[in-house]
Design a protein around this ligand. Structure first.
Ligand code: FES
Length: 272
C-alpha cells in the first residue's frame, strides 16, 4: 500500500514495493550540516567569482596576474610584462577577458566527481545525504540530457592541464620585478606559488587522471612506470575532496590578492 495516501504515483523509497516506513529517514544526527555547509561554500565562491569575472579590471599588478584572467587572450586585456597578454581573439570581443577563459576551469569543476556529489546534495537534495530519501519522485541519474554531459569531464581535464601549465608560467613570471629583472620575490609570488601547487594537486588527483594514468592495462607488472605514477595519483586521489576545496579557496585568495594590489588597496611586501 501507498505509505502516504494522497500522493500521486510515489517513487523512490515511497514506492509501494518498498517497506512502508512512515519516517522519511532514520538518521538522528545533524546530517543536514554537511550539505548546508557545502551549499553555502559553493554559493560564496559563485558570488565572488561572478563579481570578479565581470569586473574587467584590477587583475594585473606587475608581475602578478590573477588566475581568473589567465591566459588573457582578448585584445582588450591590459598590457602585461613578459607577454602574458595574448591577443588571439581580436577586438570584436569587448566583454571581460575572464569570461573567455573561465569556461574551462568552470567546466572542469562542474563535471568533477566530487563537486557533482557536493552540488547534487547541497542544491538538489538528490539525495541530501546518505540514507536520507531524496524528495524527487523520479530518478534517471546521469543517463539523460543535460546530466549526460557530465561525461565530458575527461576532456575538461585535458584543458585543465593546459590552464594549470599557463598558471605555472605566471608563477614563474612572478619572480621578475615590475621592470622585468629576475630575482624578485614578494608576498604575491608566494600566493601564486601556493595557488599553483594546489591547482596541480587538485588536477592530478582527478579520477579521470587516475584512469588515464593507470587504466585500461591488463597487468601492472609490464608497465612499472605507469604503475608507479598510478600509485602517486591514487594517493592524491584519496584527498580529492580536500584538494577541491583547498584549490577553490586558493584561487579566490590569489585573485583577491592581485585585486588588492592592482587597485592600490595593499602594497605587495617584497622579500627580495
Ligand atoms: Fe574531480 Fe576530475 S574528478 S577533477
Amino acid at each position: 500500500t501507498d505509505p502516504r495516501p494522497g500522493t500521486a504515483a510515489p517513487g523512490g523509497v515511497l514506492h509501494p514495493s518498498r517497506a512502508a516506513i512512515g519516517d522519511r529517514h532514520l538518521r538522528r544526527d545533524r546530517w543536514w550540516l554537511a550539505p548546508a555547509g557545502t551549499a553555502a561554500g559553493l554559493l560564496a565562491f559563485v558570488v565572488y567569482s561572478t563579481w570578479r569575472a565581470f569586473a574587467n579590471g584590477d587583475y594585473y599588478a606587475a608581475p602578478y596576474v590573477s588566475p581568473f584572467y589567465s591566459p588573457c587572450i582578448a585584445h582588450n586585456c591590459v598590457p602585461m610584462k613578459g607577454g602574458a597578454d595574448w591577443d588571439v581573439i581580436g577586438s570584436w570581443w569587448t566583454l571581460s577577458p575572464a569570461l573567455l577563459i573561465l569556461i574551462f576551469p568552470l567546466g572542469f569543476r562542474l563535471t568533477c566527481y566530487y563537486y557533482r556529489k557536493a552540488y547534487y546534495r547541497g542544491f538538489w537534495a538528490s539525495p541530501p545525504a546518505c540514507a536520507v530519501a531524496e524528495p524527487h519522485a523520479r530518478y534517471s541519474g546521469e543517463t539523460r540530457f543535460p546530466l549526460i554531459l557530465q561525461n565530458l569531464h575527461r576532456y575538461f581535464f585535458y584543458f585543465a592541464v593546459i590552464v594549470a601549465g599557463i598558471l605555472s608560467y605566471d608563477a614563474v613570471l612572478a619572480f621578475r620585478d615590475a621592470d622585468g629583472h629576475w630575482g624578485h620575490m614578494g608576498l604575491g609570488t608566494l600566493v601564486l606559488l601556493a595557488n599553483i601547487a594546489l591547482i596541480w594537486a587538485y588536477t592530478l588527483s582527478c579520477h579521470s587522471c587516475r584512469h588515464i594514468v593507470g587504466g585500461r592495462l591488463r597487468n601492472f607488472s609490464k608497465h612499472p612506470v605507469r604503475y608507479r605514477m598510478w600509485g602517486l595519483v591514487s594517493r592524491l586521489n584519496a584527498r580529492h575532496m580536500q584538494l577541491a576545496w583547498a584549490s577553490l579557496v586558493s584561487v579566490a585568495v590569489a585573485d583577491f590578492y592581485v585585486y588588492l594590489v592592482a587597485s592600490g588597496a595593499f602594497d605587495d611586501p617584497r622579500f627580495f
